[in-house]
Ligand binder design. Structure first.
Ligand code: S3P
Length: 454
């Protein structure tokens, strides 16, 4: 949604709506969760930076992505919806954005906001970025700092460099070599997108590899990208700037971070058997599946295939007896969004699950470490936070009967609704409306599998 420059910058999500999950019978059937959120944002942004027409199919039509589509329109691209999940973008080319008339409102989405800051950072225009109360609390300095080296500057910002921010993009962008202070695909992508407009090579070095959809799409749209190993788990990514991107169709696979919810539900509701189709299996996104399998989960890979530069598969998931495991910190980037639902799975496991190195969870849509621990305690699960580690003492069950505060966080809402499908007593979350940011149709998809959500 765009607002006039003089309107209030503060935009909050629509009224909250509570939802309760109860135990019912086994979950059965096939389901395709919506398109991948990371790829959907990027498909729109790359389409807007391309000269010509980009066709996208399977786009996630959640609020976060719609906000990115609106931002691309405000920056000069033509963006049209031609059918369910089918979109066309007529781009303006690298460096071709025009100054928007109003504020760019990214709602709840850190990804949309930070990636577009990168793309704007390489253009000689000013734009004001804002979001909802959750996004206004999240750190933006991590994006402003590398963009300043490229030549962009924050003409104004909220306390601590937070939103709302007016960013003045670089007139003459400087190619840089940047080592990310935390493994974050959002920081990496912002630098690479700004670097597209700079002469010569822009390099990002990360000590732990984060999701690589930006790199894959850069290649897909014809940019020159070089990948090198960095230490044991890291990567060095180099892109040559001042390129002209050529349009390429994007097919968006189902989002593994959304599939995580029905997947864990099927594992913990006795007698369940569910098939989840078209799920992206990019190895930088599948840490949860690896971990669940270590816990004893029966997750069968069916029909592994490639489409549009990513691998995907169907998964058959059967209710399983889970056991506690130790999840190493090095695995965190490949499952960073999946810890809330993993903590739920860990509650229904026998034994202790230790999830290490979760500092970044404190700066997601909510402080997820606290939100998860509070929600588990409220529902009778024993849990500790030690430093940046989350420790869940699984007893094979959860009492339920606790109210859960979602803190404007879609994944907290979905994780605890999954818990309520198997806990002894129901679980009520205070706001299910926020789920529409990433997974519109979550309640109806779950009900179609047999879940009791009302
Ligand atoms: C995303 C990167 C992750 C993730 C977010 C989507 C992306 O954030 O939590 O939901 O699409 O680049 P960080 O890279 O900041 O960890």
């Amino acid at each position: 949604m765009l607002e006039s420059p003089n309107a209030s910058l503060h935009v909050d999500h629509a009224a909250s709506s509570p939802l309760t999950a109860r135990r019912a019978g086994a979950l059965k059937g096939r389901a395709r969760v919506p398109g991948d959120k990371s790829i959907s944002h990027r498909a729109l942004i790359f389409g807007a930076l391309t000269v010509g027409e980009t066709r996208i199919s399977g786009l996630l039509e959640g609020e976060d992505v719609i906000n990115t589509a609106n931002a691309m329109r405000a920056l000069g691209a033509r963006v049209e919806r031609t059918g369910e999940g089918a979109w066309r973008v007529f781009g303006v080319g690298v460096g071709g954005f025009r100054a928007p008339d109003g504020v760019l409102d990214f709602g709840n989405s850190g990804t949309g906001c930070r990636l577009v800051m990168g793309a704007v950072g390489g253009c000689p225009i000013s734009a004001t970025f804002d979001g909802d109360a959750s996004l206004r609390r999240r750190p933006m300095q991590r994006i402003l700092e590398p963009l300043a080296r490229i030549g962009a500057r924050a003409a104004s910002a909220g306390d601590g460099g937070r939103l709302p921010i007016t960013l003045a993009g670089a007139r003459d962008p400087i190619p840089i070599v940047y080592r990310t202070p935390v493994p974050s695909a959002q920081i990496k992508s912002a630098v690479l997108l700004a670097g597209l407009a700079a002469p010569g090579e822009t390099t990002v070095i990360e000590s732990e590899a984060s999701r690589d959809h930006t790199e894959r799409l850069l290649k897909h749209f014809g940019a020159e990208v070089r990948l090198e190993a960095e230490g044991a788990h890291g990567r060095k990514i180099t892109v040559r700037g001042e390129v002209e991107l050529g349009p390429a169709p994007v097919v968006v696979p189902a989002d593994p971070s959304s599939a995580a919810f029905p997947m864990v539900a099927a594992l913990i509701v006795p007698g369940s058997e569910v098939i989840l189709t078209d799920v992206m299996t990019n190895p930088l996104r599948t840490g949860l599946i690896l971990t669940l399998r270590e816990m004893g989960a029966e997750i069968e890979t069916l029909d592994l295939r490639s489409a549009g530069g990513e691998e995907l598969a169907d998964f058959r998931v059967r209710a399983s007896n889970l056991r506690g495991v130790d999840v190493p910190a090095a695995r965190a980037p490949s499952m960073i969004d999946e810890y809330p639902v993993l903590a739920v799975a860990a509650s229904f496991a026998q034994g202790t699950t230790v999830m290490r190195g979760l500092k970044e969870l404190r700066v997601k849509e909510s402080d997820r470490l606290s939100a998860v621990a509070d929600g588990l305690k409220a529902n009778g699960v024993e849990v500790d936070i030690q430093g940046d580690d989350l420790i869940v003492h699984g007893k094979g069950l959860a009492r339920g009967d606790g109210g859960v505060a979602t803190h404007m966080d879609h994944r907290i809402a979905m994780a605890f609704l999954v818990m309520g499908l198997s806990s002894e007593k129901p679980v009520r979350v205070d706001d299910a409306a926020i789920i529409a940011t990433s997974f519109p149709g979550f309640p109806s998809l779950m009900r179609a599998l047999g879940a009791d959500l009302s």
